[in-house]
Design a protein around this ligand. Structure first.
Ligand code: GLC
Length: 737
């Protein structure tokens, strides 16, 4: 009789309830000691809702749960986690119906009554909950350079996700955007490790410390955002120094912020799929970075070790490799073979039961920390607060702070009140591009699923008066429709607002072949420019699509990214001047397809002079953005306090109206044992200043902040010369000798 069978015989009627006085730790160990190997393997198995359904939710059909399949999965196959909607967003009440059915079966019909942990992608608000507060996508949130907005978005997202019974959120994306072709660029907080670290850590804190909290999930560990060709899930070739210097810091920041779970990169790094890399999943993530939570695979990535990466000649071998590499839970997600393979592998001695216990312990601890044993689904009383006005106001604030005014020639903006405006372009009268993917469905492309929020055209008409705003489509995303109509309509307009960009998409469906904007859109913009009327280009896009050929002719350029439901209103307010823009680019905007260099380049990629004035200089610099006022800097001073430096600078609002400046501190390591970046962002602070007001801002830097990853992969501080720059102020010191 196998030990697990013995355990099962003696554990009949056991319960997950905590015996009086026992600690959570005791409960986990107590449960573990009672579990059969099959039950343990089930806890490591995650199924998607569609595998447990007999009908999808869509514009024309209602979702139907397959209760029989659900019961088999939970009771017979001991499945411990389920994820996703299917296929469209559900109402709060229906979500609670689903989660209640899941938890009732798990806590009443299974031997040990262990609750299921349900996960979902609430990646810019609870985007699969009808009526929830939707936020700007992360890239647009990063453009605010306001960490507190990431905290607040995390809190509200957690509340509205948990309110419908879901305690685990596969967010935030902490990938660093270094490849603008990549389809998920918009899901990142941008190209800089420090800005991404701050925004990601604040999201984790917001989600996990919320009044109604969830387990956050840092993803996708690691360097998923760097496919060499830009195509999703294709190979990444990257050296250890760059991996540790660029891509690791945001994950370290989330670990330091206590992130409960991590999701693994589906791709390969230097020929090794991350899901099969003990060096990355155990050596780096656990041993070096100190992560102790649950590592969940991404979609079907154990199976893909066999079917896509072909490093395993069977799914069972793939299971062995992934578990020995260090994953805890497999997002299988359609079948339970993963669990069967675990039982076989342990029975054959290919994997020890102690290794399985390690993962199951982490999973049970997660469920315990989330309070699922006591309350498998949160109370219904929270549902009434989903989408409340204060939450909507937070999303509006984020949209307002994320508008980036990139160009404003001769003060073309703001437009005079009463101005006659022609609005045109593929993103002018559509919601899906404004919200982006992961909005009410995976790709976010089904307009019929969207709530009735204003498009750019609607918002312009509200702001300027419907009689003053005309509209001609002009072009779709990739076809010219009627440029002559634009030209003729322009005759009656004082200005033309040309809304360009991309349809929503993510992952493989979002792969593109050219970074340049579609020719039809460039032709539309040129036609508008050729009318001689001032043209305002508005960019609503997943990633920085190149539009250089029409940039020169535009009087103004405004970047929105995917700003969510309040983006159109925020844009209209900037166009009218009632909102003073304060967004700054969280990425470098390329001038040419072939000149994609991030701001923290190496000296061989361009000195400051070359990067500012050379032919391959960016179209718009990282951290740039204009306002309807001006700011000036003075008094930059660095004080050596031994183990730390204090950097002080005074920023003044030298214009005529109140505004927000993003004070950005860049540091240059003059010489290092590995090639130093020309400079790196080491601190930033968004400051509100009345006209004429000035403030002194102070940054504290430690030796860790100025450390490098050396040739052996160690993070070390190397004494020497350091340059400091804030705005047009610069200074240097020798430090650490
Ligand atoms: C997807 C994405 C990941 C998401 C997961 C569950 O493939 O890569 O970001 O959390 O599957 O939907």
């Amino acid at each position: 009789m196998t030990p697990s069978l013995v355990r099962s015989l003696f554990a009949v009627g056991a319960s997950a309830a905590l015996t009086a006085g026992a600690t959570a730790q005791d409960r986990v160990e107590d449960l573990l000691s009672q579990m059969t190997l099959e039950e343990k393997a089930g806890q490591m198995t995650q199924l998607t809702l569609s595998a447990l359904s007999s009908g999808r939710q869509w514009t024309d059909t209602e979702h139907e749960l397959n209760v029989e399949a659900l019961r088999k999965a939970i009771v017979e196959d001991h499945v411990g986690s389920i994820l996703n909607q299917f296929d469209a967003a559900f109402t709060p009440d229906y979500w609670r119906e689903i989660i209640t059915a899941v938890q009732d079966i798990a806590t009443e019909e299974t031997r040990l009554k262990i609750p299921v942990v349900y996960g979902v992608d609430s990646v810019h608000g609870a985007n699969y909950v009808i009526g929830a507060t939707i936020f700007p996508q992360n890239l647009s949130l990063a453009a605010t350079w306001n960490p507190s907005l990431s905290t607040i978005a995390g809190e509200i997202t957690a509340f509205e996700t948990r309110a419908v019974g879901i305690p685990w959120n596969f967010s935030p994306v902490a990938d660093v955007a270094r490849q603008p072709l990549w389809s998920r660029y918009f899901e990142t907080f941008g190209e800089d490790p420090h800005l991404v670290s701050v925004m990601a850590a604040e999201s984790v804190k917001g989600q996990q410390q919320a009044e109604l909290n969830v387990a956050a999930c840092g993803k996708h560990f690691i360097a998923y955002s760097m496919p060499r060709t830009g195509k999703d899930r294709t190979p990444t070739q990257i050296g250890m120094v760059e991996l540790l210097d660029v891509f690791a810091p945001p994950f370290q920041a989330m670990i330091d912020a206590g992130v409960d779970t991590m999701m693994i990169n589906s791709g390969e790094i230097n020929g090794v799929p991350v899901h099969a890399s003990h060096e990355i999943l155990t050596g780096l993530l656990r041993d070096r970075m100190g992560f102790e939570g649950v590592a969940v695979t991404d979609w079907e990535d154990v199976i893909k070790l066999h079917t896509m990466h072909k490093v395993a000649d069977s799914e069972k071998e793939a299971t062995r490799q992934a578990i020995l590499a260090g994953i805890d839970m497999s997002m299988v997600p359609y079948k339970t073979d993963f669990a069967d393979h675990i039982v076989e592998l342990v029975s054959e001695g290919a994997i020890s039961e102690e290794r399985i216990d390690l993962s199951v312990r982490r999973i049970l601890r997660l469920k315990d920390k989330l309070g699922l044993f006591e309350e498998p689904i949160s109370g219904p009383e929270h549902v009434q607060h989903i989408g409340k006005q204060a939450s909507l106001d937070a999303s509006l604030a984020a949209a307002r702070e994320g508008v980036v005014l990139l160009k404003n020639e001769n003060n073309a903006l703001p437009l005079a009140s009463g101005a006659k405006i022609l609005v045109t372009g593929p993103t002018a009268d559509a919601l899906p591009p404004v919200y982006g993917a992961w909005s009410f469905s995976w790709q976010g492309a089904e307009a019929g699923l969207y709530p009735d929020t204003p498009t750019v055209l609607d918002a312009a008409r509200t702001q300027f008066g419907a009689a003053n705003v005309s509209y001609v489509p002009g072009a779709s995303f990739n076809e010219e429709l009627d440029l002559a109509a634009v030209t003729s309509a322009a005759a009656d307009a004082d200005a033309i607002v040309v809304c360009l960009g991309e349809p929503p998409s993510t992952e493989g469906p979002g792969d593109i072949l050219e970074l340049e904007l579609e020719p039809a859109q460039l032709a539309l913009a040129q036609a508008a420019i050729d009318t001689g009327k001032p043209v305002v280009l508005v960019l609503i896009e997943n990633r920085p699509r190149v539009f250089t050929q029409v940039d020169a002719g535009a009087a103004a350029v405004v970047w929105l990214g995917e700003p969510g439901p309040f983006g159109p209103q925020a844009l209209a307010e900037v166009l009218a001047g009632t909102l003073n823009p304060s967004g700054r680019l969280p990425f470098t905007y390329p001038r040419q397809n072939g000149s994609v260099v991030t701001y923290d380049r190496k000296w061989s990629e361009g000195s400051p002079e070359v990067f500012a004035n050379g032919p391959q200089r960016p179209l718009y610099q990282f951290g740039s953005g204009l306002a309807y006022t001006t700011f000036g800097y003075s008094g930059l001073r660095v004080t050596d306090r031994g183990d730390a430096l204090t950097v002080e600078v005074t920023v003044a609002n030298t214009g005529e109206r109140a505004g927000h400046e993003v004070v950005q501190l860049y540091v240059s390591d003059e010489f290092a044992s590995v090639t130093p970046h020309v400079h790196r962002l080491k601190g930033f602070e968004k400051v509100a200043l009345e006209a004429g007001e000035s403030k002194t801002i102070t940054f504290e830097l430690t030796k860790d902040d100025l450390s490098v990853i050396d040739r052996t992969g160690r993070k070390i501080f190397e004494p020497g010369g350091f340059g400091f720059r804030v705005g047009d102020q610069a200074t240097r010191i020798d430090w650490g000798n």
